[in-house]
Design a protein around this ligand. Structure first.
Ligand SMILES: [Zn+2]
Length: 1023
């Protein structure tokens, strides 16, 4: 490597940039040049032995050519690379390394590059890059360059990342935008991926891939038609079919200064005040708006205001405070506006934006919902907290509920006009229009107005009353716990939409929660669950007045704080109202356990996709519900453990102090945790490492026994063992006379560096106080002697001395701890089986055999179960069958075929005819695996054909037999990686090639390594 150039935002000097401003060219001409650029092959240059530094990573070019795009307004903005290079980027920390691993199976990004397109905001860097000796690429290279560039210009990434808008901003001579950089890589190892540096973002640097939604020809045709119809109605105006998809963020990080400290980016302007005028026409579903933004310049010399506005709202005119018409550029949600002159730091300026478009969805007759609650007016700013004035005008036959306090209300012809203000800085204002039942009440200093939407008919009075009562009581509760609510009014609207929201002073509640009905009358001692859900939602949304509004969150990494705190507050409130406070959490534990254990196609749990601080990045092409599961399932649990660590009352007090100290400003996760550590004099390093920045939920297997100690007292002795559920990597291998599918457990977390504070309960014998009958209800917890046990590493032995005879012992009886608990003293057989399956591999065989000898239930659990000896025998046999199947699998993994067949048969023998379907999937999977190993394919194919479901894509002009094949595979169950891998092999060996192709694809999507078969499949295709 003999030359070195740098492409990095940090190295930019603002002064002295010679940037031509696109004043001369008409906007449409410029827009066209930006959107459909062309390549300039006559100016190609040769590159050899160059290292290009890209945001902390490096592109090492061995050799190749660079072909510039034709200049726009005198500047070259994009350049194509064709050749041979290597791109390397090391993640900045463990969290980003884990994310990279989830998407690429690499912990350091290293990819061979054969082609790339660079978009470079900095003119001098582009000049230096292109100042090399001219090259005359051969026709193959020319064709490659053209193909690459055309694909980039026509493809989704350039639009999805807003590259066109960034080019426009750079051409507008905006200093910050000169630091923009984007790179689209074609990699041999990793396929296509992008690296984008956006100087105005908190985390400026993003590496990842856009994954378009997979559609076959038929789905494409239908979607195209839907889009055409929608466009005629003024919807999805700027969307193309290719733009539908997910973005997988492999890594995202702030730039760093010379000393390695992060230097997060920020926007050019912050708003002080929004003056919003809107004419609403629900019949036409439109808004005609004028937004006047009062802004402060956050840096010297800025030329561009970057706004976001709902993509179907189209600006008609944008002017500055002097009334001068300004140039602007629209791309997706972003609206970029060029100022007439550069501004000074801290200078105030005004922007007036007129815009129109379709803003409502009609849900029923005269019954509407906003298509966007946040982006119905243009926003700017990184913090974006401002005061508001709203002037809203609408047909008087409707009612309108909105943010802010009414200053003036009048009728003009057939229109209602209302002027409102919100004088406490807030991040959003919104409104809803329709037909409502109003309830108004005074709660202390707050006038509470609740508007029940009449769209779906009237709501039961009892339900309305419950919502109002919850609002009133929770408002008082939160004011007492967390400090005063900042306004003297609160408006609450129910609305037919899938989500609820809590803006400052304005709550919207998804109205389906009003129609929730319990299918069963609640049993004695159990609360009505739909009523509980309703109160929980109301209390959660109200709590956002404190968490989200008074205490804001800085970036997507901190959003979990606001959600988890809102939920924690709601639980505190409901606990205080519940007559069975102590069991409230236990009722919840079931939900989060189920939620977090759901798996993706490739068998990873949703929880393992990323930690709390990944926020919205948790949703990706791998899962569309991981954000919900992690933030709403794990987040509140993290807070209940925090409250256990520092004490509930103390935590509440700290939160109150935090509200006071921050009052209307955002906070980040690090500052929040540091504040709690300081106020509570606690060390939260292992807590945050495990639950905030880490993934993994430990499994705790515990056993105990009671023993009389010599001194007339009693002893509880036991052990808690900690393990983690592994996920499995499958690999297909061709063997002598058959095929094997190996399965290797992969452990994402290690128990050795994990510590938990676990509450325990010793249930005492008689003597009146402390004991309750164990079978009162499902959720009933017994009282007794309690404490906290510190569980760390693989094994934690424990002993407690007590004065009275113990009856029973529990770890985490109420489900407060983020861990799964199994008691081997209560259910020895099952606990041993789990430990055999998930513990250290070397101990598995012995552990399974021990499980066969163990009892199904013992001690108190046996008494409580109250089973007849016949039923007990049957249950025990079935559990033994599971153990044999586990053993059969373990033998298979260790190439002990005969032992495996024997174990499988022993298991089968234990299953009675009436239990024929018991564990059928597992039994058939084992059978199939054994068959494939021995080269018996026909039976396996027939069985899996009957059993599994696949979807054959529709191709235009396909053969008639394709329809028959599709219908044949339409029913059955969705399998896992192993199922489809085995089907692929069986289909291949029985010459069902199209089935083999698709099954191999399904198996790969589920994480199996199918290389061995795919080589044979492509060879057979070539013949
Ligand atoms: Zn929320």
């Amino acid at each position: 490597m003999n030359s070195f150039i740098r492409i990095l935002a940090g190295s930019l000097a603002v002064a002295g940039l010679s940037v031509s401003v696109p004043k001369a060219s008409a906007p449409t001409d410029l827009e066209q040049k930006i959107q459909t650029p062309s390549l300039d092959l006559s100016h190609a240059v040769a590159v050899r032995d160059v290292a290009i530094e890209l945001g902390g990573g490096a592109l090492e070019v061995e050799e190749g050519v660079l072909v510039p795009a034709s200049p726009i307004s005198g500047r070259v903005m994009e350049v194509v690379f064709v050749g041979k290079a290597l791109f390397r980027l090391t993640p900045p920390d463990d969290v980003e390394a884990q994310q990279l691993e989830v998407f690429t199976q690499q912990t350091t990004l290293e990819a061979g590059i054969e082609g790339a397109v660079f978009t470079i905001g900095n003119a001098s860097i582009m000049d230096r890059l292109l100042s090399r000796s001219p090259a005359t690429p051969d026709s193959t290279t020319q064709a490659r360059a053209r193909e690459l560039f055309d694909g980039w210009v026509r493809g989704s990434e350039r639009r999805v990342f807003g590259v066109d808008a960034a080019i426009w901003r750079a051409l507008s001579a905006d200093p910050l935008s000169q630091g923009y950089f984007a790179s689209f890589f074609q990699s041999v190892d990793l396929g296509n991926f992008c690296l984008v540096l956006e100087p105005w973002e908190n985390d400026q640097l993003t590496v990842g891939r856009f994954v378009p939604r997979e559609m076959d020809d038929r789905e494409k045709r239908l979607s195209e038609r839907d889009l055409r119809i929608a466009r005629k109605e003024g919807r999805f105006l700027q969307l193309r079919l290719d733009d539908f998809g997910d973005f997988d963020t492999w890594m995202r990080m702030p730039l760093r200064d010379g000393a390695g400290r992060p230097t997060p980016g920020s926007s050019n302007f912050e708003p002080k005040h929004y003056d919003l005028e809107a004419n609403l026409d629900p019949k036409a579903l439109t808004i005609d708006g004028k937004a006047t933004l009062h802004l402060t310049a956050m840096r010297e010399g800025s030329r561009v205001v970057a706004l976001s506005l709902f993509r179907d709202l189209i600006p008609s005119s944008i002017r500055d405070g002097a009334g001068k018409e300004l140039a602007w550029y629209r791309s997706g949600f972003t609206l970029s506006v060029m100022l007439a002159d550069p501004v000074r730091m801290n200078e105030s300026l005004t922007l007036e934006i007129a815009y129109q478009g379709v803003i409502f969805d009609e849900i029923g007759a005269d019954f509407f919902a906003l298509r966007t609650t946040q982006s119905w007016y243009p926003h700017t700013g990184t913090t974006d907290r401002a005061t508001y004035k709203l002037t809203l005008r609408w047909p008087k036959k409707y009612e309108l509920m909105a943010s802010g306090k009414v200053l003036e209300s009048r009728l003009e012809n057939k229109e209602q006009v209302e002027i409102r203000t919100l004088e406490v800085p807030a991040d959003f204002v919104s409104f809803e229009i329709g037909d409502f039942d109003l309830v108004e009440e005074q709660v202390g200093h707050v006038r509470v107005t609740v508007a029940f939407n009449r769209g779906f008919g009237t709501v039961a009075k009892g339900v309305e009353q419950e919502v109002v009562d919850t609002l009133k009581a929770a408002l008082q509760f939160y004011e007492e716990k967390f400090g005063a609510y900042p306004l003297d009014y609160l408006t609450v609207v129910t609305i037919p939409r899938g989500f609820s929201q809590g803006f400052l002073g304005f709550l919207t509640l998804a109205d389906d929660l009003l129609y929730l009905r319990s299918p069963f009358a609640p049993g004695p001692g159990v609360e009505n669950s739909s009523s509980r859900m309703r109160m929980e939602t109301v209390a959660h949304e109200l709590a956002h007045q404190w968490w989200g509004n008074l205490v804001g969150w800085k970036s997507y990494r901190d959003q979990w704080l606001s959600e988890a705190l809102a939920h924690y507050s709601a639980v505190l409130y409901l606990q205080s109202k519940s007559d069975r406070q102590s069991v409230y959490l236990a009722e919840h534990a079931k939900d989060w356990k189920r939620w977090l254990r759901q798996t993706t196609l490739d068998g990873r749990t949703l929880e393992s996709l990323g930690p709390l601080v990944m926020g919205e990045r948790l949703n990706s092409s791998l899962s569309e519900s991981a954000y919900q599961a992690v933030v709403y399932g794990k987040g509140p649990l993290a807070f209940s453990m925090l409250s256990r660590a520092v004490g509930q009352d103390q935590l509440t007090l700290m939160l109150k102090n935090l509200v006071k100290a921050l009052s209307n400003r955002p906070i980040d996760t690090e500052t929040f945790l540091a504040a709690i550590e300081k106020m509570g004099s606690v060390n939260l390093s292992s807590f945050s490492k495990q639950f905030v920045y880490g993934t993994g939920i430990p499994e705790i297997y515990y056993s105990f026994e009671f023993r009389e100690s010599g001194d007339g007292r009693w002893e509880v002795q036991g052990e808690a063992r900690q393990t983690f559920m592994p996920h499995y990597d499958y690999r297909l291998i061709q063997k002598q006379g058959g095929w094997d599918l190996t399965r290797v457990p992969s452990h994402d977390s290690q128990p050795s560096d994990w510590t938990l504070l676990v509450p325990f309960q010793v249930i005492l014998d008689a003597g009146g106080e402390g004991t309750v009958s164990p079978k009162q209800s499902n959720y009933q917890t017994a009282r007794g002697l309690g404490g906290t046990l510190k569980v760390s590493g693989r094994s934690t032995p424990f002993t407690f001395k007590i004065d009275r005879k113990p009856l029973d012992f529990w770890l985490d009886q109420r489900g407060e701890v983020l861990a799964y608990f199994f008691c081997s003293s209560r259910e020895p057989k099952r606990a041993l089986r789990y430990m055999a399956a998930e513990g250290p591999d070397a101990e598995s065989e012995a552990m399974y055999k021990k499980a066969l000898q163990a009892e199904l239930l013992s001690g108190k659990a046996l008494e409580d179960a109250d089973l007849s000896s016949r039923d007990l025998k049957r249950e025990s046999n079935l559990e033994d069958a599971r153990i044999y199947f586990g053993l059969a699998r373990w033998y298979l993994d260790h190439s002990r075929i005969e032992d495996s067949r024997r174990a499988l048969n022993s298991g089968e023998d234990l299953i009675r005819a009436s239990d024929g379907k018991f564990w059928q999937d597992e039994r058939e999977a084992l059978d199939s695996r054994l068959n494939l190993l021995q080269g018996e394919y026909k039976e396996t194919y027939a069985r899996l054909n009957r059993e599994l479901q696949m979807y054959f894509p529709v191709k235009t002009g396909e053969h008639a037999s394709a329809g028959w094949r599709r219908s044949q595979w339409r029913t059955g169950r969705i399998g896992d990686a192993e199922d489809y891998a085995m089907l692929a092999v069986a289909a291949f060996e029985t010459s069902h090639m199209e089935v083999a192709q698709l099954a191999a694809k399904y198996a790969e999507e589920r994480g199996a390594d199918m290389t061995a078969l795919k080589q044979l499949l492509s060879a057979s295709k070539a013949e």
